[in-house]
Design a protein around this ligand. Structure first.
Ligand code: GLN
Ligand code: ZN
Length: 776
C-alpha cells in the first residue's frame, strides 16, 4: 500500500442518529395533523418520507462514511422495535402481521378501548420512550424488517449505502417491563433468533455496517449478564458473519469493558464526552482489540457548543494510539436526536453566541472536518482548508465564551453554598411535624384534598393571544387583560368542580423553563432549537451563558390576581432550579452545581415575593431532578447533594405556615426517596398513573412521611378515565399511605389537553375523592 492510500484509510467518519423532527418541526405537524384527522394515512407516509429523505441528503452532503438509516421513527424508536417484534400488549387486539399505524399510535397514546403503554425517560435524557411490555411468555416474531426497509429506501432513492441502526437485545429487554427479573436471560435468549433473522436479511441484502445500540452496557452489568452477552453476540455473529456490527454505547463509560470489547463484533462505539474519564481509563488499562474498529464519540451529542476542534483532534490522536491502523471512526458521542437540527437559522441571536453554537448539522460538519484533519496526506488540499476552517471556528467560539463570561461578572458564583452562599438559609425554621400542625390549623383542608399540577389547557386561542402580543399587535395591557380573563374563567371552573386548592393556570407561560429564563438574566433563546421530548412534543431548551440573576417578580401579578377571585387557596407555581438547569443547555466550562445554586438563589427571591404578596402555598416543580441523576451510582451522592441543596436554598426561608409543594414526573423514585424526603417539601405530587400504580409500592417500602399526591389519572392520554378507575387508584394508594397525608391530583400539568376533557376528568376526580373520603 502506498503511503497516501494507507493514510487515507486511517479514519472513517460516521453519525449515530439524526433528529427526526425537521428543521421547521415538519414531523410534529405531520403527526398532529394525522391524529386530528386533517390528513390521511397515505399523506402522512408521504410527508414523513419526504422529511426522512431530506434528512439523509443533508447527511450525505457531509460525505460521512457511515450514515445511519432506520433511526427515523413515526413516534419513538423503541416503540418501533416493539412493533417490529410483535411486542404488542393484548389489550390492543393485534392479530398478527405488521402492526398497523393505528395500533402503533394506540400503543403510544392510548385510545377509547385501551390505555397507552408506559412512557419513561431514556436513560438520563429528557427523551421519553415507550416502555416495551414483555411477559415471561411473550413470543417474539419478526413482523417486518424496518432497518432493511430503511436501507433499501436510502439506496434506491439516494444511492446511499446506509448503516442500519437498531437497539440491541440486551438493552431492549433491560428497558422493558412486565417480566420477572430472574427470567431476564431467558427472554433475551428468546429474542436472539429474531435479531438473527433481522441481521441475516440485512446481510443478504448486501448491507455492510449495522449499528447495534447497547446503551445498557454503561449501567451495572452483572457477571451472569457478561456470560449472556457473550452467548447473544456469538449467535448474532454466526447468523450474519459478513456484517460489520458496530456495538454502540453512549451517555457513560462502558462497564465490564474487557468483556464488552471482546465480544465478536466488528466495532465498539465509546462515548468519549460523557464517558470520557472512565473509557479513557479502560483504554489505558486494557488497551483495545486490534481486530476491531474503535468508534470514538468525541463530538458532544448532548450539548450545543462548538467543539474546540484542535483539542478534539488531540484527543483523537491519543485515542487512535489504542486502535489498529485504519480502524478509527470519528463519531458524535451519541445520536444527535438530543440536539436541535441546525444553528444556521438562529439569525436573531447575538452573532457572538451564535458562532459558539453547533447543532446537529454543525456537529456533522465538525466530524467531517476532523475526518479530513486526521486522514493525513491523501487529501492535502482539503486538509489545508479544513485546518484553516477549524482554527477559525475554534477561535470564534473561544472568543465567544470569553466575551460572554466577561459580559456579566460572575461575582456570585461559588463552588457550593458553603462558599459564597454560606450565610444563606438551607433549613426551614420548623420541622415538618411542627409545620404540619401549623399548616393544618391555617388551611383546614378536608381529608384527601384535591388540586392540580398547575397548568390548564394552552388552547389555540391562548397561543394566538401570545403571538399577537409578541408581534406587537397587542400591547401589554391587552395581553394582560386576556390572561386575566382566562384566569377568571378557570378559577370559576375550578370552584364549580369543587377543587380544594386552586391554581391560576399558567396561561402566560409558553414553557415552564423558558418563561423564567426570559425574566432572569443569563439566558438566551433560540428560534428553532427544538428537541423531541415525547411523541410529537418538542422542547426548546434555553441557553444559559452568563450569570443567572433575579430582576423583578415574575409570577406575582397573575397569582395574586387569581387569589383575589376566590376564597380558596391559590397555589403559586414556580419551576425549580434543578429543572431549569437540566432543561437548559448549560456551558460546559462551569460546574453545573454552580449554575444550579445561582438559579436557586434567584428562585428564592420569587418565592419570597409570592409569600409577601399573600400567596402561602407555593409549588416549586422539579420534574427533571431525577433525570439529571448520573448513570453511574458512584456519582449519585455528589449530584443529589447539590440538587437537594439547590431546592432548599430556593425554598427554606418561608414561614412555617407557608406550604411548599413540589412536583415530579416520569421517574423511578425508589432509589432517590431519601433525597426527595431531604427536599423537605410539605407536599409532593408525583406521576404514577402511567406506571400503573407501581410507585405506590416504592413509597410503601420507604415510608415517606410527608404530604404526598399520587397522580390518580394519566393526563398524557386523551382518554377520560371513569370514576371507578380513579377511585381504585386512590384506594390502592390508601392501603399503603396514611390518609391524612394523601392528596388527590392528576399526574401532571394539563396544558396539552382540551378544555372539555379536563373539566370532565377533574369533575370525576373530585367525585372520586369525595367517595373515598366517605370510606376512610
Ligand atoms: N406546573 C407545571 C404544569 O402544570 C408542571 C409541568 C411538569 O411537571 N412537567 O404544567
Ligand atoms: Zn409533571
Amino acid at each position: 500500500m502506498s503511503q497516501s492510500q494507507q493514510q487515507q484509510a486511517q479514519v472513517l467518519t460516521g453519525n449515530l442518529g439524526y433528529p427526526r423532527i425537521g428543521a421547521g418541526r415538519e414531523w410534529k405537524k405531520a403527526l398532529e395533523s394525522f391524529w386530528a384527522g386533517r390528513i390521511d394515512e397515505p399523506t402522512l407516509h408521504q410527508e414523513l418520507t419526504t422529511l426522512r429523505l431530506q434528512d439523509l441528503k443533508k447527511q450525505q452532503t457531509q460525505q460521512l462514511d457511515l450514515i445511519p438509516v432506520g433511526d427515523f421513527s413515526y413516534y419513538d424508536h423503541i416503540l418501533d422495535v416493539s412493533a417490529m417484534f410483535g411486542v404488542v400488549p393484548e389489550r390492543f387486539n393485534h392479530t398478527g402481521g405488521p402492526v398497523s399505524v393505528s395500533t402503533y399510535y394506540a400503543m403510544a397514546r392510548g385510545n377509547d378501548q385501551a390505555t397507552a403503554c408506559e412512557m419513561t425517560k431514556w436513560l438520563n435524557t429528557n427523551y421519553h420512550y415507550i416502555v416495551p411490555e414483555i411477559h415471561n411468555d411473550t413470543a417474539f416474531a419478526l413482523l417486518e424488517n424496518k432497518p432493511l426497509a430503511a436501507y433499501r429506501e436510502a439506496k434506491q432513492e439516494l444511492g446511499l449505502e446506509g448503516k442500519p441502526v437498531v437497539v440491541g437485545p440486551y438493552s431492549y429487554v433491560r428497558f422493558a417491563k412486565g417480566y420477572d427479573a430472574e427470567r431476564f436471560a431467558e427472554i433475551v435468549t428468546r429474542l436472539v433468533p429474531v435479531y438473527a433473522q433481522l441481521l441475516s436479511e440485512l446481510q443478504a441484502e448486501g448491507v455492510q455496517w449495522v449499528q447495534i445500540d447497547e446503551p445498557a452496557l454503561t449501567l451495572a452489568v452483572s457477571s451472569e449478564d457478561e456470560a449472556l452477552l457473550q452467548q447473544v453476540y456469538a449467535a448474532l455473529a454466526q447468523a450474519a458473519p459478513e456484517l460489520k456490527l458496530l456495538l454502540q454505547t453512549y451517555f457513560e463509560s462502558v462497564e465490564a469493558y474487557p468483556v464488552v470489547t471482546a465480544l465478536p463484533v466488528a466495532g465498539i462505539g465509546l462515548d468519549l464526552v460523557h464517558g470520557y474519564e472512565g473509557n479513557l481509563a479502560s483504554l489505558r488499562e486494557h488497551g483495545f482489540p486490534q481486530d476491531k474498529w474503535l468508534g470514538a464519540g468525541v463530538i458532544d451529542g448532548r450539548n450545543i457548543w462548538r467543539a474546540d476542534l484542535a483539542e478534539t483532534a488531540k484527543l483523537l490522536e491519543q485515542v487512535a494510539e489504542f486502535a489498529a491502523e485504519g480502524k478509527l471512526i470519528i463519531q458524535p458521542s451519541c445520536s444527535l436526536l438530543h440536539v436541535p437540527v441546525t444553528a444556521a437559522q438562529e439569525s436573531a441571536l447575538d452573532p457572538v453566541l451564535r458562532n459558539a453554537l453547533a447543532f446537529a448539522n454543525e456537529k456533522l460538519e465538525e466530524i467531517a472536518t476532523l475526518g479530513t484533519l486526521l486522514s493525513g496526506g491523501a487529501k492535502q488540499a482539503d486538509q489545508a482548508a479544513a485546518v484553516a476552517e477549524a482554527t477559525r471556528r475554534v477561535e470564534a467560539s473561544t472568543e465567544a465564551v470569553r466575551l460572554l463570561s466577561e459580559s456579566e461578572s460572575r461575582t456570585r458564583l461559588s463552588g457550593s453554598p458553603a462558599g459564597v452562599y454560606a450565610d444563606e438559609q438551607l433549613l426551614r425554621s420548623a420541622s415538618f411535624q411542627e409545620r404540619r400542625e401549623l399548616q393544618q390549623q391555617k388551611w383546614s383542608l378536608p381529608l384527601l384534598p384535591t388540586t392540580t399540577i398547575g397548568s390548564f389547557p394552552q388552547t389555540a386561542d391562548v397561543r394566538k393571544a401570545r403571538a399577537l402580543f409578541r408581534k406587537g399587535e397587542w400591547n401589554a395591557e391587552q395581553y394582560d387583560a386576556y390572561v386575566r380573563e382566562q384566569i377568571q374563567e378557570w378559577i370559576t371552573i375550578q370552584e364549580e368542580i369543587g377543587l380544594d386548592v386552586l391554581v391560576h393556570g399558567e396561561f402566560e407561560r409558553t414553557d415552564m423553563v423558558e418563561f423564567f429564563g426570559e425574566k432572569l438574566t443569563g439566558f438566551a433563546f433560540t428560534k428553532n432549537g427544538w428537541v423531541q421530548s415525547y411523541g410529537s412534543r418538542c422542547v426548546k431548551p434555553p441557553v444559559i451563558y452568563g450569570d443567572v440573576l433575579f430582576n423583578e417578580p415574575m409570577t406575582v401579578k397573575e397569582t395574586a390576581y387569581a387569589q383575589t377571585l376566590t376564597s380558596k387557596p391559590v397555589k403559586g407555581m414556580l419551576t425549580g432550579p434543578v429543572t431549569i438547569l437540566n432543561w437548559s443547555f448549560v456551558r460546559s466550562d462551569i460546574p453545573r452545581s454552580e449554575v444550579s445554586y445561582q438559579i436557586a438563589r434567584a428562585i428564592r427571591d420569587e418565592v419570597e415575593a409570592l409569600e409577601q404578596a399573600g400567596i402561602e402555598m407555593i409549588q416549586v416543580d422539579e420534574p427533571a431532578l431525577r433525570e439529571g441523576l448520573p448513570l453511574k451510582g458512584s456519582k449519585w451522592d455528589e449530584y443529589l447533594q447539590w440538587a437537594v441543596e439547590s431546592f432548599r436554598l430556593a425554598t427554606a426561608t418561608v414561614k412555617p405556615t407557608t406550604q411548599v409543594h413540589t412536583h415530579m414526573c416520569y421517574c423511578e423514585f425508589d432509589d432517590i426517596i431519601e433525597a426527595i424526603s431531604d427536599l423537605d417539601a410539605d407536599v409532593i405530587s408525583i406521576e404514577t398513573s402511567r406506571s400503573h400504580g407501581e410507585l405506590v409500592g416504592s413509597f410503601e417500602q420507604n415510608t415517606y412521611d410527608k404530604g404526598i399526591g399520587l397522580g390518580v389519572y394519566d393526563i398524557h392520554s386523551p382518554r377520560v378515565p371513569g370514576k371507578d378507575e380513579m377511585l381504585n387508584m386512590i384506594e390502592r394508594a390508601l392501603q399503603v399511605l396514611p390518609a391524612d397525608l394523601f392528596w388527590v391530583n392528576p399526574d401532571c400539568g394539563l396544558k396539552t389537553r382540551g378544555k372539555a376533557e379536563v373539566v370532565d376528568a377533574l369533575s370525576i376526580m373530585v367525585d372520586a375523592a369525595r367517595t373515598a373520603r366517605e370510606r376512610v
